[in-house]
Design a protein around this ligand. Structure first.
Ligand SMILES: Nc1ncnc2c1ncn2[C@@H]1O[C@H](COP(=O)(O)OP(=O)(O)OP(=O)(O)O)[C@@H](O)[C@H]1O
Ligand SMILES: [Mg+2]
Length: 504
């Protein structure tokens, strides 16, 4: 019944789709045209239906029309970029997927779905143009200022032993032109490392360009990276790509795991041959660029999930930098906090002097899903809102505490599966549990100061009980207890002392 209704009303339904849909028969005659297609082409569908496709798209030909190609070959085409001039003379770029419509094995027509990317394309071409302008010589033949990467190694705060090793490795890598792959969760400082490598390298006075591979549809990304030559099929213009614009400098390919695999194969060729071939070109151009790839998915996981080609990974893996999450380098938290306090005191003319001890304790236990960026934003937020010389628990009530109360990013949300028994999120939120236990009535956050104090006592009592419980369960095995509670051993030992816990 519903299926029948659907079929009967399919043409009205397709009018709600925000992508152009065209259907032609095997002679090339348009038999269906949805509302969005009408918008892209700026043509009334009454005028289009019944006419040959090339009559409606005079800038296309038998060879360049994807729909006619599908009729000829009987094979689907996916995600092909097409640029054409519509009836009103506007240049439109679409990404098309076309599939043959078959009856008893014969192709009787073809359906095409077109996504209008005209604006995205214009913007991305503009970016390459601007980059090119920025790095080319001015009218007097003088080279313009090349440095666009602002950070250097001194901007990377951190004395955690792992971070020190990474900084030293990155500094060594800066002296070479080897490719680098950087892995780290969001906000761990990947871009900071990449810019620092560029600025410490002999390429420092040459371009530094960062391109996010997840930001653009694949066809567009290919044109942006490799450049294009004036060509019939795609309707593209002669343009250099970022590989050429970045010549002599460094190109950061961010979120490399979002780059389509075919493009990754082409990238591998650029790294190996040190040449690029613009899309549609015959000749190749020599380029001298250092490629740095960044990913926030672990490379091995990305390979397993078929998001990253193994051969490309091995080529990039000459220098591999894996930045630890902030929760795994808590010894840097006080230093980073101080650094951000100084920074925002200066920028916002504030006078924060220190962080209360109990706030720091919370910082040490919190899981920081947004890593250093989250810590920076937190301090920036407090410096913006409050005029205080000490950052206290009450300043966090709407930030970390609310996240902890939802179990989002709380230590509990990171528990190992076998310890989920004590997860904060298991039987409701932490706050919910605390409310039950201590009958705290938050009264819609009316009196923040009182709640914060009560909450603190409540948190401590609960924490003490939990630690005691797990210590008993593990027969006072410190390593196992720390693992189960998902806190560092040092933190556990500190807390055992703080609460005066003793083995019975
Ligand atoms: N070690 C550090 N010292 C000082 N500032 C840092 C450090 N690490 C990160 N930051 C700051 O944190 C913010 C995020 O850093 P960055 O942009 O390098 O992260 P990212 O790893 O590239 O994140 P994403 O994956 O989300 O792009 C920046 O404002 C940066 O200045
Ligand atoms: Mg980044």
């Amino acid at each position: 019944m519903i299926a029948k209704l659907l079929v009967e009303n399919i043409s009205q339904i397709l009018d709600y789709v925000q992508e152009g849909i065209h259907i032609i028969d095997d002679t090339g005659k348009i038999i269906y045209y949805n509302k969005f297609a009408q918008k892209i082409d700026e043509i009334d569908r009454e005028k289009a239906v019944g006419r040959h496709i090339l009559e409606i798209y005079p800038s296309l030909s038998h060879d360049t029309s994807t729909l006619l190609k599908v009729i000829r070959t009987g094979k689907p085409i996916f995600d092909v970029e097409q640029t054409f001039v519509n009836y009103k003379g506007d240049k439109i770029t679409t990404v098309n997927s076309s599939i043959p419509l078959k009856s008893k094995g014969a192709t009787v027509g073809a359906l095409e779905i077109s996504k209008d990317i005209t604006e995205v394309r214009k913007l991305s071409e503009k970016i390459v143009e601007l980059q090119n302008e920025l790095y080319s010589a001015d009218n007097n033949g003088k080279q313009k200022e090349k440095r666009t990467a602002g950070f250097t190694f001194v901007d990377i705060i951190g004395q955690n032993s792992q971070m020190l090793k990474l900084k030293s490795l990155a500094l060594k890598a800066a002296g070479t032109s080897s490719p680098v792959i950087i892995y780290g969760e969001t906000g761990t400082g990947k871009e900071l490392f990449v810019q620092s490598i560029h600025n410490a390298s002999p390429r420092r006075n040459k371009p530094f360009i960062a391109q996010n591979c997840a930001a653009l549809p694949s066809n567009l990304l290919e044109g942006i990276l490799f450049g294009t030559v004036k060509g019939g099929f795609t309707g593209a213009e002669d343009r250099p790509g970022l590989f050429e614009v970045a010549d002599g400098g460094t190109l950061l390919l961010d979120e490399i795991n979002s780059m389509p695999l075919e493009l990754q194969a082409k990238l591998l060729r650029v790294i190996q041959d040190k040449t690029v071939r613009r899309v549609g070109a015959i000749k190749t151009t020599k380029v001298d660029i250092r490629i740095i790839a960044a990913t926030n998915v672990h490379p091995e996981k990305a390979i397993e999930d078929k998001l990253l080609r193994k051969d490309l990974y091995y080529r990039l893996n000459v220098v591999s930098i894996s930045i630890p999450e902030l929760k795994d380098r808590t010894d840097d938290i006080p230093r980073l906090s101080d650094y951000f306090i100084q920074k925002y005191n200066r920028l916002l003319s504030k006078n924060i002097k220190k962080i209360d001890e109990e706030v720091m304790e919370l910082f040490m236990e919190y899981s920081w899903p947004g890593n250093v960026r989250e810590l920076e934003h937190l301090i920036e937020g407090i410096a913006t809102i409050y005029d205080t010389d000490i950052i206290k628990l009450e300043h966090l009530s709407s930030q970390i505490l609310s996240q902890v109360s939802q179990g989002d990013g709380s230590p509990g949300s990171n528990c190992h599966p076998e310890t989920s028994r004590i997860s904060f999120t298991d039987e409701g939120s932490l706050l919910h549990n605390l409310n039950k236990k201590f009958l705290i009535n938050a009264e819609n956050d009316k009196n923040k100061a009182t709640i914060s104090v009560s909450l603190k006592t409540a948190l401590e009592t609960m924490e003490k009980e939990m630690i005691q419980e797990v210590l008993t369960a593990t027969e006072w095995n410190i390593t196992h207890t720390a693992e189960r509670l998902d806190i560092p051993r040092q933190t556990l030992q500190y807390k055992i002392k703080k609460y005066g816990l003793k083995e019975k």
